[in-house]
Each structure stands twice: as structure tokens, then as C-alpha cells.
Write a protein that binds this ligand. Structure first.
Ligand SMILES: Cc1ncc(COP(=O)(O)O)c(C=O)c1O
Length: 399
């Protein structure tokens, strides 16, 4: 293995982020910068803001962009909504809710958790019970990870909205759509979501490096009353028409140009079709894994079928199988890059990302590459995965 050698052809990228960046986005990001007084700059920003509002399905939220990754997006939410001593309910989804809760704690907030059961989505009843127990309304927000990328499990946001309403609790509903936006349906206003946050490198098909938050007036009011010190992340400071203030400094022009191109691609394909494509490809991957599972050595990690993410599939391997070794063979010998397990799932799962700029050929190529790597590793798998994926795609096409 010589990591610096040129690879002929493509290496298929099936990480659930960063995802493949389409040529249109690569080219847009390669443009020379303009001077900041150029009227194209505010026009570019306005197009990105309105495109994001359309994607998030909101007419009432304001969008703020940051030169940051997803952790920066989380920090933007926390800096504006969490003062020391603030209680936040962070329902358990696995690795990413754990990480967000840890960040809340680092700011002096109290992160309250609901129990998490591996392979299952958030238990809306547990969220409702936690809010009902909070008779003094000390919990100021519920921070929900829509799709936990580590487990490939998507939670039901409508059920969580109903849980908050049923408890008649005034907590803000704050949703991490990092791994779901642009892949799974999401409607901010309809769901009564007060803040949605995400990042550029997954369903948005842009290079890593830009985060966004969409904030409604109720959340903005909480931010106004929050006296905790902040500067770069501050939503109030960024409420300006001037690009330099809006971005607390120089805007990340390349990322904005990339986002503009990506939003154009999504709108040209049609958002419903984008969602349908993700669902179709995900079902093909699930069919393949169900077939591999017949060999007894691996299985789908998310047990609740409706909660299986359309963005990423986590595949649990039996004790004694090393998913990291499998990934290395898949990447270095068969040019298929899949992801490994995070946090407590390290060494227990590998993950196939199927979001963003993705099509049937790429999915079939990925599944074949993983099968080849499983053969090399002597893993007992049902030898019908690719066939099952093809059958699933054909069956869905005929409906
Ligand atoms: C659901 C979710 N939230 C937050 C993050 C953190 O994003 P980043 O790694 O860009 O900081 C990730 C990263 O994969 C994620 O999947």
C-alpha cells in the first residue's frame, strides 16, 4: 500500500460526510474571490440564505452561516441559548447526542438525558415524561439529533413535537439536521422547530468548513435575554445587512459559492425527487445487508426498520471480526471508502454512507467492493448482497 500513489479511475467515497462534492460545486468553489465591496457578495449571501430557507421549509427563521464545522454549529446554538446553569434536555441517540451534551456541559449547562437503547430511535414517551416531570419549567430547550450518523438511526421529529406539546412545556425545539438535511424530509415551520443547525459536508454536498443555524423569533428572544459572553457566534451581532458584520469578519466566499451551486442542483432535481432517490438507494443497501446477514457474521444495526436512516447504514459485525481491517482492504484494494464505528461503536460496526451526490452505479459499486473485501477477510456473508440490491432497485423502479 502506497498512500501517495495516484489511483487510476475513481475511489468511491461512502463516508457519511464528508461526501462527494459534485463537479459544479468543485468548480464554483475554485472561483477567484471578489473584493468585499463587490455587489456580487451580498447577492451571493442573499441567494444562499433564501435557498437554505427553502430547503429547511421556513418562512420565519433567520439563517446565519459560520466558517466552522458541525461542532461550530453546535457551539453557535449553545453560546446563544445556554448560560451557566441552564438545563437542556438532550435525548439519547448515541454518539452525537452524547457529544452535543458534553459540549453543553462544557459551557456550564446541565444536560439532562433520556435513556438510549441501541438500535432504536429517541423514545418520544420518555421525552414527554421528562418534560412533564419538569413542573418548574427549568428545561429551556430540547436538543435533538435528527439522524445520529454513528448509528444510522433517524428519530421521528413529528412525534417529538407532539411530546413537547402534550407536556405543555415551553422548551425550545432545537434540531441537528447535519446528517439528514438534503436527504430526508424536514419542514422547520410545520414541525415547530425553533432552531435548526447543520453543516456543509453531507447532504449539502459542499466541502467541509461551513456551518449554519436557522433561528426563529422565539429562540432569538431567548438569545436576547441570555447575558452569557459571546462574540463570534452571537446571533444578535450578526443581524446586519453588511456582509462583514453578518459573518463577524470576512465571509467564507468559496463555501458560499459552493453552497449556491449545490442548492441549484437540489432545486433542479426537485427536493421531493432528491428525497425519493435517497430512500431508494438506502433501501437497496438495506436489502444487501439483510442478505449478507444470512451468513451470520453481520447485520443491520438499527433494529426499528422505519428508523433506518436514508443517509447512512451502520452494519454491526460479530465478535472477532475487525471492521477496521475490513475498511482498510475495501479502501486500499477495492477503492471503496466506507466509515468505521464511532465512540462506543468503534470496532463493532462499519458504516456505508449513501447521501448527497449519489446514484445507483455508485451504490452497486460500493456494495461489490465491500463484498470483495469481506471475501478477502474470510467473513461469512450471504453471497447475494449485490443481487438483492439490484432486485430492490428494479422492484422500486417498477412501482
Ligand atoms: C449528526 C451530526 N452532528 C454533528 C456532527 C459534528 O460535525 P463536525 O464533525 O463537522 O464537527 C456530525 C459529524 O459527523 C454529525 O453527524
Amino acid at each position: 500500500m502506497n498512500p501517495s500513489a495516484r489511483i487510476p479511475g475513481l475511489r468511491l467515497l461512502h463516508s457519511p460526510g464528508p461526501t462527494r462534492v459534485p463537479d459544479e460545486v468543485v468548480n464554483a468553489m475554485a472561483r477567484q474571490p471578489t473584493d468585499l465591496a463587490d455587489p456580487r457578495v451580498p447577492r451571493l449571501i442573499a441567494t444562499c440564505e433564501s435557498g437554505m430557507k427553502a430547503l429547511l421549509k421556513t418562512n420565519r427563521a433567520e439563517v446565519f452561516f459560520y466558517a466552522a464545522n458541525g461542532h461550530g454549529g453546535w457551539e453557535a446554538v449553545i453560546s446563544n441559548l445556554v448560560a451557566a446553569g441552564t438545563s437542556i434536555l438532550v435525548p439519547g441517540t448515541g454518539h452525537f447526542s452524547d457529544s452535543w451534551a458534553e459540549q453543553v456541559q462544557a459551557f456550564g449547562g446541565h444536560a439532562l438525558r433520556t435513556p438510549y437503547t441501541e438500535g432504536l430511535p429517541i423514545d418520544a414517551a420518555a421525552v414527554e415524561a421528562a418534560l412533564r416531570d419538569d413542573t418548574g419549567h427549568r428545561i429551556s430547550a430540547v436538543f435533538v439529533v435528527h439522524t445520529d450518523t454513528a448509528s444510522g438511526t433517524t428519530s421521528d421529529l413529528a412525534a417529538l413535537r407532539r411530546a413537547i406539546d402534550a407536556a405543555a412545556h415551553p422548551a425550545l425545539f432545537v434540531v441537528d439536521v447535519v446528517a439528514s438535511l438534503g436527504a430526508a424530509p424536514f419542514a422547520m415551520d410545520e414541525l415547530g422547530v425553533n432552531v435548526a443547525m447543520g453543516a456543509s459536508q453531507k447532504g449539502l454536498m459542499v466541502q467541509p468548513g461551513m456551518a449554519f443555524v436557522a433561528v426563529d423569533e422565539r429562540a432569538m428572544e431567548v438569545a436576547r435575554r441570555n447575558l452569557a459572553p459571546r462574540f463570534y457566534w452571537d446571533w444578535l451581532r450578526r443581524q446586519s445587512d453588511l456582509p462583514y458584520r453578518k459573518f463577524c469578519g470576512t465571509p467564507p466566499l468559496a463555501h458560499l459559492a459552493g453552497l449556491e451551486a449545490a442548492l441549484d442542483l437540489i432545486s433542479a432535481e426537485g427536493l421531493d425527487k432528491v428525497h425519493a432517490r435517497h430512500a431508494r438507494l438506502a433501501r437497496a443497501v438495506h436489502a444487501a445487508v439483510d442478505c449478507w446477514a444470512e451468513g451470520g457474521a453481520l447485520r443491520l444495526f438499527t433494529k426499528a426498520a422505519p428508523a433506518r436512516s436514508v443517509s447512512v447504514t451502520a452494519i454491526e459485525v460479530s465478535h472477532g471480526i475487525d471492521p477496521e481491517a475490513l475498511r482498510t482492504v475495501a479502501r486500499e484494494r477495492f477503492q471503496v471508502a466506507v466509515a468505521g464505528g464511532l465512540g462506543p461503536l468503534h470496532g463493532r460496526v462499519f458504516r456505508i454512507g449513501h447521501l448527497g451526490d449519489m446514484n445507483e452505479a455508485m451504490i452497486l459499486g460500493c456494495l461489490a467492493g465491500v463484498e470483495a473485501a469481506m471475501q478477502v477477510q474470510n467473513i461469512a456473508y450471504g453471497r447475494c448482497g449485490v443481487d438483492a440490491a439490484i432486485a430492490s432497485l428494479l422492484d422500486q423502479a417498477s412501482r
